[in-house]
Write a protein that binds this ligand. Structure first.
Ligand code: PSU
Ligand code: MN
Length: 300
């Protein structure tokens, strides 16, 4: 496909049925502070490789979509001060030859175009509190058939509405060994999840059943942060409130809100949230690898 380059290692894996996990680039460019961002990007790729899975970090470099970015390409993208793009903005970046980091929505769409079915991220976007602001992540998950592993969403979102929106948009949420919706680095919430799975193999079975039935959309695997890294809601809340207040004072809106809050909360918590963020990403990649492997076994 024009404007879309699949790295040889990824193309090889697709052709030979080797499991692959897609990774997003917004978390690198806009979610984690330098130099932790690039270190984490590399660490996540290493975890995949150790698990016998090919990682495919997705991003846009000067208008070219890359599936399976190299270390150098990631550095180049960061140097270009990339846009943050959802699916809607992919054509803008490509058409005007911009560098861009892909969010959950754009990453999953591109992964699917390349033939990749499993995607690991940190947290999904959803319904914001206050004025109408609903992430494209939700509408993309409604139509693009992949398994996405995340630690739920941040409590800065309206969690209840986000969960309800996922039902409205027919996105199946599977709680991995939990019946409660996870809140990113805060661990489990009190919101009930009705569909629980106990293994990667069960997730793969559900995904294949969906595929065979031709039911479109994603399966969202809600994978809680490991207990030992979870941070109490009361502690995070005060940092979030402070960051939200600053957003209002500084007139920070739209796409800038999440990156600003993430970096401020990291600073205010003495980087405790940053460590938690990295741990939950690692945890999600490990589970995504298991799912990708199960899928290659079952679909043989
Ligand atoms: N949530 C996080 N960290 C992130 C994001 C969300 O905890 O880095 C990023 C993801 O790439 C997600 C995007 O897809 O933010 C959602 O942005 P928006 O709300 O602008 O759609
Ligand atoms: Mn938004």
């Amino acid at each position: 496909m024009k404007n879309l380059r699949i790295a040889p290692k990824v193309r090889n894996a697709i052709e030979n049925g080797v499991p692959i996990v897609a990774l997003e680039s917004t978390v690198i460019a806009h979610g984690l502070p330098h130099p932790h961002n690039i270190e984490t990007a590399m660490l996540l790729e290493e975890i995949a490789i150790e698990n016998g899975v090919i990682p495919a970090t997705i991003g846009v470099l000067k208008g070219e979509i890359i599936v399976g970015m190299t270390h150098e390409e990631i550095l180049q993208m960061l140097q270009d001060e990339p846009l943050k793009i959802g699916t809607r903005e992919i054509s803008y970046a490509v058409g005007l030859k911009k560098s861009a980091a892909t969010t959950v929505s754009a990453t999953m769409r591109i992964a699917k175009l390349a033939g990749i079915n499993v995607f690991a991220t940190g947290g999904i976007g959803g319904v914001h509190v206050g004025d109408w602001d609903v992430s494209q992540d939700i509408t993309e998950m409604a139509k693009t058939d992949v398994v996405i592993v995340s630690a739920g969403c941040k409590s800065i979102l309206d969690v209840k509405k986000t969960i309800e929106f996922m039902e409205t948009f027919q996105i199946l949420v599977l709680g991995y060994k939990t019946d409660r919706f996870p809140l990113f680095y805060e661990g489990l919430s009190t919101y009930q999840l009705d569909h629980v799975v106990e293994s990667a193999s069960e997730i793969a079975q559900v995904y294949l059943a969906k595929k065979e039935l031709g039911i479109e959309g994603s399966i969202m695997v809600a994978n809680p942060i490991p207990d030992e890294y979870a941070i109490a809601e009361s502690e995070v809340e005060k940092y979030i409130n402070q960051a939200l207040k600053e957003c209002e004072e500084k007139g920070i809106t739209g796409k800038q809100v999440t990156p600003y809050i993430l970096s401020r909360v990291a600073q205010l918590s003495d980087y405790k949230t940053l460590r938690a963020n990295i741990e939950l990403l690692k945890n999600n990649v490990r589970l995504a690898c298991q799912i990708a492997k199960e899928l290659t076994v079952i679909s043989r």
